[in-house]
Write a protein that binds this ligand. Structure first.
Ligand SMILES: CC(C)(COP(=O)(O)OP(=O)(O)OC[C@H]1O[C@@H](n2cnc3c(N)ncnc32)[C@H](O)[C@@H]1OP(=O)(O)O)[C@@H](O)C(=O)NCCC(=O)NCCS
Length: 146
């Protein structure tokens, strides 16, 4: 696994995360465009987060979030690459770190996607069917597909 790709590096250091970038990236997504900032912040606090950063300058250009018990199960979500950096292999680079992480690699990992099946299939994901319960009425957070 290479440690750098297209001038970018990956880190799970939560202190490096740029919440402004993450909120803007999610606001441009099809699954979390209405997610309030405080919900984004809470989700980050309670997840294993992967940031993708330009090596020079440290600007964040990608993000992925995993909810995991570290032993049996994990859920991958909020995978996004900055619009200016798509199509350069950075999504695959980020995913290579996600699936290699000790808290993820040894678990059954699920995700939901509208159209990026081909990306995840490169990392061993296969299509399957799960049951899904939306948040209870009045609870914060819109339904989150990805
Ligand atoms: C999806 C996304 C993370 C991929 O990152 P990227 O850096 O653009 O992708 P890469 O350059 O690493 O290449 C992705 C590979 O997966 C394939 N792929 C399959 N479905 C794809 C999709 N919906 N979008 C992008 N790539 C897709 C590409 O064809 C490419 O395959 P190749 O290497 O054989 O050419 C990025 O395009 C993005 O942020 N899109 C908007 C948010 C989004 O849809 N996130 C996924 C939610 S599940």
């Amino acid at each position: 696994m290479s440690l750098e790709h297209a001038g970018c590096v990956v880190s799970t250091d939560a202190g490096l995360l740029d919440v402004d970038f993450i909120c803007a990236a999610l606001a441009g997504s099809y699954w979390a465009r209405d997610r309030p900032r405080h919900v984004v912040e809470q989700s980050i606090r309670n997840s294993l987060c992967f940031g993708l950063y330009e090596k020079q300058g440290g600007r964040q250009v990608g993000f992925a979030r995993v909810v995991t018990d570290g032993a049996t199960f994990s859920w991958l979500c909020d995978v996004v690459i900055d619009g200016s950096r798509r199509g350069m292999g950075l999504g695959k680079f980020l995913m290579s770190f996600v699936v290699a992480h000790p808290q993820v690699g040894g678990t059954v990992c699920l995700l939901g996607t509208r159209d990026a099946h081909g990306l995840y299939e490169k990392f061993g994901f296969a299509r399957s069917e799960q049951m899904r319960r939306p948040p209870s009425p009045g609870r914060p957070g819109p339904p989150c597909q990805a």
